[in-house]
Design a protein around this ligand. Structure first.
Ligand SMILES: Cc1cc2nc3c(=O)[nH]c(=O)nc-3n(C[C@H](O)[C@H](O)[C@H](O)COP(=O)(O)OP(=O)(O)OC[C@H]3O[C@@H](n4cnc5c(N)ncnc54)[C@H](O)[C@@H]3O)c2cc1C
Length: 406
């Protein structure tokens, strides 16, 4: 059960041999690991990326490929949760992430089917439409680009849809083919000297800052001055301190994709409804839709198995498609897959020193929004590791120690 993106994705970098030692060992080759490896290599660090399977094999190759603003949340809710100042910082960080990542996509010539046409947050109910108005009022007050779309205008924005109560358009959002994006970043990292060692499962990390030893499952060893954990929901297995086991939890998302049934009138926006719990997009004529984990008992929290899917989630996603897109009533969805995300109690990622483990850094738990965070956060972390600077004002919001101090 693999994703549409993985079946059609371009190749990653060729597998490199394992050296004896390096400056920085990066564990995991998803969007987090490839981003930080690229930025470290660009800053002259000798980097070894250790990936137990292939680049983008897990969540980074199994998501919906949407570059979102605002944690997928409506803006007034971010204000409510974090306060006005931190909400503004977060929004700016995500906008800066997209700008930096898309600049890199262009600079490195990464062909990832990028469509930078904005995003449409649709209201599932009249209540959500009212919340979108509240979000729009705050965006307006802060001079952030957006457009409120009335329900009567939706046929023009999203032809063939029904049952939505209005929408908020965010021009800064985009969609990509995520496997091609992440493998492109890995090739760029390799071109700058990073060693991407594939089929390299890390079994244990021992030692301390400046003298860490990473033991692989097959018995090989690597010495490194610094290690960056980018293994998402599996990171607690390698954390000697127990901090990540207390802080990070897994949850499973599910996606369906049709064959080529859409024509060019179906927009290429990043799209979602129901407070981003359901999300959908156009990809080369195919309708790709995910979400509905809230509709089953347990909400797929605690699951780390992405080799199976939940048939009830599949049925509920098909119901969503039929409710909102009547023309797709009888369309088959031959592609079904799942992916495992990592979450934290406050919904923000971990990016920085791993408490209790000198020389080790956590760079993980994007709470379902890794494409929106990881490129710029990876650059900030690389700068912190290489020359101790803190490159973005939002970075303290992601410091793992916020949970150690709690
Ligand atoms: C269904 C779904 C839809 C989503 N939609 C979106 C979206 O539209 N937009 C968005 O921004 N985000 C989305 N996400 C979230 C996004 O996919 C994740 O936040 C992101 O991919 C996490 O990247 P990562 O590098 O931290 O983890 P992963 O991509 O999971 O990478 C971790 C890597 O570590 C490797 N690894 C694990 N253990 C070891 C070990 N011991 N040794 C070596 N390697 C190891 C794994 O093989 C894996 O390749 C979605 C996720 C899912 C599942």
């Amino acid at each position: 059960m693999t994703s549409l993106w993985l079946t059609e994705g371009s190749a990653g970098p060729g597998a490199a041999p394992l050296p004896d030692r390096c400056d920085v060992a990066v564990l995991g080759g998803g969007i987090a690991g490839t981003s930080v490896a690229l930025h470290l290599a660009e800053r002259g660090a000798e980097v070894v990326l250790l990936e137990r399977e292939a680049i983008a094999a897990r969540a980074s190759g199994r998501n919906d490929g949407q570059l979102l603003l605002g944690l997928g949340e409506h803006y007034h809710r971010i204000h409510g949760q974090f306060g006005a100042e931190r909400a503004r910082l977060l929004w700016r960080f995500l906008a800066d992430n997209h700008a930096a990542m898309l600049a890199a996509v262009r600079a490195h010539g990464i062909d990832c089917d990028l469509h930078q046409r904005g995003g449409l947050r649709l209201a599932e109910t009249a209540h959500e439409a009212h919340e979108l108005e509240q979000a729009a009022a705050l965006l307006h007050a802060e001079g952030l680009p957006h457009e409120l779309v009335a329900a009567r205008d939706l046929p023009r924005w999203l032809p063939g849809s029904r049952g939505f109560h209005g929408a908020l358009f965010l021009p800064g959002e985009a969609i990509v083919q995520p496997v091609q994006l992440v493998r492109g970043l890995a090739r760029a990292a390799a071109a700058r000297g990073a060693h991407c060692v594939l089929g390299a499962e890390v079994a244990a990390v021992t030692g301390t800052a400046g003298d860490l030893e990473l033991r692989l499952r097959d018995g090989r060893r690597l010495r490194a001055a610094v290690a960056v954990h980018c293994t998402a929901a599996l990171a607690p297995q390698l954390d000697r301190s127990g901090f990540l086991a207390r802080t990070v939890f897994p949850f499973r998302g599910q996606v369906l994709a049709s064959g080529p049934v859409l024509d060019a009138s179906f927009p290429d926006f990043a799209m979602s409804s129901n407070f981003c719990y359901e999300y959908f997009r156009h990809s080369r004529g195919r309708f790709v839709v995910g979400g509905k984990r809230w509709s089953v008992p347990g909400e797929e929290v605690g699951i780390v198995d992405d080799a199976t899917h939940n048939p009830q989630v599949t049925a509920n996603l098909l119901g969503y498609v039929r409710e909102h897109f009547p023309a797709l009533q009888d369309v088959a969805f031959p592609h079904v897959w799942t992916g495992i995300m990592a979450g934290t109690p406050d919904g923000l990622p971990l990016c920085g020193a791993l408490p209790g483990c000198p020389g080790e850094h956590a760079f993980l738990a994007f709470n379902g929004y890794g494409l929106s965070f990881a490129f710029l956060a990876g650059r900030c972390l690389a700068e912190q590791i290489v020359d101790g600077t803190q490159a973005h004002a939002a970075l303290p919001l992601f410091a793992p120690r916020r949970f150690a101090l709690a």
